[in-house]
Design a protein around this ligand. Sequence first.
Ligand code: NDP
Length: 328
Amino acid sequence: MSTFKAWVVDKGEGGQSLSFRDFDEADLMDGDVTVRVTHSTLNYKDGLAMTGKSPVVRRFPMIPGIDFAGVVESSGHPEYEPGDAVVLTGWGVGETHLGAYAERARVKGDWLVPLPGGLSPAQAMAIGTAGYTAMLCLMALDHHGARPDQGPAIVTGASGGVGSVAVALLARAGWHVIASTGRDGEADYLRGLGAAEILDRAELSGPPKPLAKERWAAGIDAVGSTTLANVLAMTRADGAVAACGLAQGMDLPTSVAPFILRGVSLLGINSVTTPQPKRREAWARLARELDLGKLAAMTTTVRLPDVAGLAEEILAGRTRGRTVVEVG
Ligand code: NDP
């Protein structure tokens, strides 16, 4: 019997519990590729899974962790051979399929992406689901036809994982970036990533009006709720906002006014089941366009046994940028 170390979420009569323990390789779920996980990350959804604050985990026991980088150990998939470096985000890993906070993972080869050229496994996970989602937001804005000469771009939840990468990517693409944050102390950090202006998130937290003064041409929103409603109300005519998150809440107390009176577009982003061609395009663009110095500046590293201690921290908005989890 072969075992490996893993964080495991169990469910009993007292509710959900989390432990760091030996896991039997024979209990891994079906898949045609087995990976030795070297790095994972901490995402908002991992915080929800580990604490049980939202019903993210839908199979017990569950190994949490929604993304990993690692090395193929064995493969029955035509594209992968032992020794290949791979990356995985999404597909229900860490939710319905045993996840990344473990020394081994067995998944479908169709879910994997080869480690993009130019990125180390640690850098790929410094990007992780959050950074890859920020790129999907930028691609959605590009596809819409949004351009930096149309006006500024707002990023909400700017000090968080999605937000930090979004600030760096938009600035690199030539946008005048307005970074919205609730943390006074992170202004220098955000300017270092490329933000031109800092906006106190309190300005976006009041009861939203149907329309307000036009302030930006584009937005990337990781926060949802009244923040997104205010962002939409302040978006210039024919502008677009890519919405990917719910850090403030899942509600959206807005009206149709921004859409029908200003032609504003709301672009929904779901990173979990993105088809392979778009997934690979996003990773290729990240490898080309994300400044690795800025990536390093937004990244903190922890060891696998320590990640559970950060679950409450990310949900409370107290982690900055991205957190890499060293596994192997
Ligand atoms: P983080 O916790 O790293 O970032 C979220 C940020 O939102 C915080 O840092 C904080 O930024 C801000 N925030 C937190 N709470 C509140 C609040 N109550 N009101 C206003 N702002 C708040 O999380 P991630 O970057 O990992 O994820 C961000 C969101 O995106 C999550 O909701 C996540 O589930 C979602 N997501 C969705 C994906 C998809 O496929 N659609 C994929 C990846 C993430 P600050 O302190 O700067 O104000």
